[in-house]
Ligand binder design. Structure first.
Ligand code: HEC
Ligand code: HEC
Ligand code: HEC
Ligand code: HEC
Ligand code: HEC
Length: 390
């Protein structure tokens, strides 16, 4: 019996998150008397030119067309639920969701959707996906003279929580943080979170700071010729942007103080100084690697140390977070390498290289993702010459 059960758990389709109210259904636009034309990003962009130009360069505008998403979605059996965050409006989806065949809400009852628009679908997380609710445009100001109805948000971070907070609490999972636990990681850093296996409720959205970091403030008019107001960049830079990752990391590579007679040690220290959550955060694919090497004069490697900074989870038969070596905010991580005593050839230099990975090579190959953009990039490289002191 138990063997059969375990066998099933080894091959069953995997769902690593719990479907909750915030994203179980697409956003309903059918009751509002608004045309599909008016919902398009380009329509908003005719008036809000700068927001539009910025959004177009962001990963949100590619949340559907992103080739990695497309391949992964097919690999994951084209589940409807993925759409509710990657193309959140009902008119972006080919099907209406009438209800569910199961308590987990993973098997939706689907019907044709006459309101579907393929162009709108290609906009991924479009303007209206964040701003449009019940016929109104949500904004931070509220009392503006806009040609469309607006509603003041209690806190702008609430918009992010629609898609960036996911639950992983179920009888068979043992997550330290819920999947994509960005918000829980921030609370942990502030001492407000004790892991309760994947369960997470936002207590106070304004303490999370997502908008403050990911949408830097700028004074500008919201429409051409309008009044200059406090506004925010619509760029949402993250792991896809080397500059964002680099500026969040303080990395030093130096010789340690302990000079034993015949031994020299070098250390690399990495500190997450720019992200309130772990670095990296988001999907468990994201990780950093560290490589320390000692070379001889001919460029041959004499010693090498490799480390991965990542969240390691056992997926089958149960989901268990095994260990997590990512960088919490503000806590330096140190890796050391010792220079070997000169053998056949003398060591002449020591080098540290740190790389950020959107996903690892094994997963890329397994799902058959033929990437055109690199899946990893360098964030730090330093070579120190070993000056002989005697
Ligand atoms: C991922 C969610 C998201 C998307 C997508 C998005 N916005 Fe916003 N937008 C926000 C948030 C959050 C604010 C409020 C920021 C603040 O606290 O001032 C905002 C503010 C605004 C404002 C008010 C002034 C300003 O610039 O801050 C305008 C205008 C605006 N957005 C237009 C757009 C347009 C046009 C698009 C599409 C091209 C768009 N937004 C896409 C989240 C989003
Ligand atoms: C015909 C021009 C026009 C179109 C089209 C338009 N807006 Fe606006 N919008 C405005 C004006 C004007 C304001 C007020 C600006 C001001 O007072 O500074 C405004 C204000 C806003 C605000 C700020 C609201 C607040 O309370 O903070 C947001 C957000 C916004 N628009 C988003 C959108 C989105 C999203 C779309 C597309 C679905 C859109 N707008 C379409 C002209 C337009
Ligand atoms: C409607 C769902 C939705 C909302 C609302 C939303 N996001 Fe996202 N966000 C996504 C999806 C989906 C992706 C991943 C897209 C992809 O890479 O395919 C993403 C990606 C990101 C990234 C990663 C960028 C990178 O380089 O990988 C950041 C940062 C981000 N969002 C911040 C925010 C912030 C801040 C807010 C609130 C203002 C927000 N998001 C609101 C769905 C959403
Ligand atoms: C103190 C600034 C800060 C705050 C607050 C913050 N972030 Fe970030 N975030 C960053 C930086 C810097 C990065 C790039 C480094 C990394 O990936 O951790 C990042 C990366 C990300 C990514 C990219 C992950 C990926 O897969 O590429 C996402 C998604 C994200 N943040 C979402 C959020 C959300 C949601 C919140 C609020 C719950 C938030 N962030 C709060 C600074 C911040
Ligand atoms: C609750 C909202 C939500 C649901 C449901 C969801 N995603 Fe996402 N997805 C996101 C957000 C937010 C990000 C970006 C932040 C991050 O890195 O975690 C993302 C990122 C991704 C990425 C990484 C994209 C990149 O460019 O690196 C892939 C792939 C992905 N999702 C696939 C899926 C698949 C497949 C499903 C369905 C099984 C799914 N997602 C369901 C919100 C969601």
């Amino acid at each position: 019996m138990f063997a059969t059960f375990l066998g099933w758990r080894l091959v069953r389709p995997m769902t690593i998150f719990v479907v909750t109210e915030n994203f179980e259904l697409p956003i309903d636009t059918s009751k509002a008397a608004i045309s599909t034309e008016a919902l398009r990003a380009s329509t908003c962009g005719a008036c809000h030119r700068e927001n539009y130009e910025e959004w177009k360069t962001s990963i949100h505008s590619q949340a559907w067309t992103d080739p990695y998403f497309q391949i992964d979605w097919k690999f994951d059996e084209l589940q409807q639920v993925c759409k509710n965050c990657h193309i959140p409006l009902d008119r972006q989806q080919e099907h209406k969701v009438l209800g569910f065949n199961d308590a987990e809400k993973l098997k939706p009852i689907l019907a044709d959707n006459p309101g579907f628009d393929a162009g709108l679908q290609h906009e991924g997380v479009t303007c209206a996906g964040c701003h449009f609710r019940d016929g109104k445009i949500l904004g931070a100001h509220g009392d503006l003279e806009a040609p469309h109805p607006v509603e003041k948000l209690a806190d702008a971070n609430e918009i992010c929580l629609h898609c960036h907070v996911v639950q992983g609490a179920s009888w068979d999972t043992f997550f330290r943080y819920p999947p994509c636990g960005t918000a829980a990681e921030i609370e942990a850093g502030a001492g407000r979170w004790q892991g309760r296996s994947g369960e997470y409720t936002v207590r106070n959205a304004s303490e999370l700071g997502c908008v403050q970091c990911h949408m830097p403030a700028v004074e500008r008019s919201l429409v051409d010729g309008g009044r200059v107001r406090q506004s925010r960049r619509h760029l949402w830079r993250g792991g896809h942007d080397p500059a964002t990752v680099k500026q969040a990391l303080d990395i030093r590579f130096t010789e340690t103080g302990d000079h034993a007679a015949d031994r020299r040690t070098f250390e690399l220290s990495l500190t997450n100084v720019g992200a309130a959550h772990y670095l990296p955060t988001g999907t468990p694919d994201r990780h950093l690697t560290v490589r320390l090497r000692v070379f001889d004069a001919a460029g041959k490697t004499l010693a090498e140390e490799n480390h991965a900074l990542k969240r390691t989870t056992m997926w089958r038969p149960f989901i268990i977070d095994l260990w997590d070596t990512r960088l919490p905010r503000g806590q330096p991580r140190i890796y050391r390498i010792e220079i070997p005593a000169a053998g056949k050839s003398a060591p002449v230099a020591v080098e540290a290289v740190v790389r950020y990975h959107l996903l690892d090579e094994a997963r890329r190959a397994r799902i058959g993702y033929e990437n055109k953009e690199p899946i990893a990039y360098e964030v730090f490289r330093r070579r120190l010459e070993l000056l002989r002191t005697q």
